[in-house]
Design a protein around this ligand. Structure first.
Ligand code: NAP
Length: 262
């Protein structure tokens, strides 16, 4: 059975992705900081009958990251790493003029430093996998200048760039930065508490992530809503890595970023 590590899998998108993969027979290593919520999420996967190791912890803790990869090794290897856990830097979001620098550091630590740390920890297993892949859960805020989303958006832009460079350096892997679009989750509610406009449930975009695994398009940046809608087949909303930066194919089939969320 293939094995995935999904960070931030106790709720929201991470939990929905865990369910989507468990349904397909994947064994899973899951984390989140709040142990009872994580345990409950893992219990919800029992009907699928796959192996699920739920390890409470903080992705910014190097020892915890090592434990996650060790658990995957125990399950047989690592085929997919999903860096999904994320910090906003301020809740609710505030303008850059007021953004506490400690909050910005925290967002960078969770969204960028920990994500790379986990990649480094798992790289040996990913390289050894028959079809190793890394998913960096990105955001429209990485690419668009939305007021109050500056600190978080900067961290996601950095994550995107790490993913793009990793793809060049590790041509044997697929490295996809995926903007999931707006979703009705605790993270969004914490970011913008007064926004009660309807947003899709995270489960709505899971088929987009699964499509990446099925079709294995080139490494690059993708929009999950467009993947769900059947666009971007074999193309990218960003860069298809091929060689050094100047050589990269630029493909934009449209519809990827425009309708995505933060
Ligand atoms: N919601 C949206 O509209 C939207 C739009 C674009 C992109 N995204 C991205 O989608 C991803 C998932 O977000 P979501 O909306 O599903 O959020 P969510 O429902 O709030 O879930 C976040 C998950 O991450 C865990 N987590 C947070 N910090 C962690 C840490 N330091 N270590 C380990 N686990 C941690 C949380 O559990 P604990 O708090 O217990 O740790 C929870 O399981 C994020 O990367 C986010 O930036 C979301």
């Amino acid at each position: 059975m293939p094995v995935a590590i999904i960070t931030g899998a106790s709720k929201g998108l991470g939990r929905a992705l865990a369910e989507g993969l468990a349904e397909r027979g994947w064994d899973l290593v899951l984390d989140a900081r709040t142990a009872p919520v994580l345990k409950e999420a893992a219990r919800g996967l029992e009907p699928y009958g796959t192996k699920v190791v739920a390890l409470p912890g903080d992705v910014t803790d190097a020892g915890h990251r090592a434990d996650l990869v060790a658990a995957a090794r125990e399950l047989g290897g690592l085929d997919l790493l999903v860096n999904n856990a994320s910090a906003l830097g301020a809740e609710p979001l505030v303008a850059l003029a007021e953004l506490g620098l400690a909050g910005l550091r925290a967002a960078l630590e969770t969204n960028v430093v920990a994500a790379l740390g986990l990649v480094q920890e798992g790289l040996g297993l990913l390289r050894a996998a028959p079809a190793g892949a890394v998913v960096a859960v990105s955001s429209d805020a990485a690419a668009e200048a939305y007021g109050t989303w500056g600190g978080y958006g900067a961290s996601k832009a950095a994550l995107d760039q790490l993913a793009a460079v990793l793809a060049v350096e590790e041509p044997g892997l697929r490295v996809w930065a995926v903007d999931p679009g707006d979703m009705r989750t605790d993270l969004y509610a914490a970011a913008v508490p007064d926004d009660d406009s309807g947003r899709p449930e995270p489960s709505a975009v899971v088929p987009g992530f699964l499509r990446l695994l099925d079709e294995r398009p080139p490494s690059g940046r993708y929009g999950a809503p467009a993947l769900v809608a059947g666009r971007e087949a074999g193309g990218v909303d960003g860069q298809a890595q091929a060689g050094p930066p100047g050589d990269r194919a630029q493909t934009d089939l449209g519809g990827g970023r425009g309708e995505a969320g933060r």
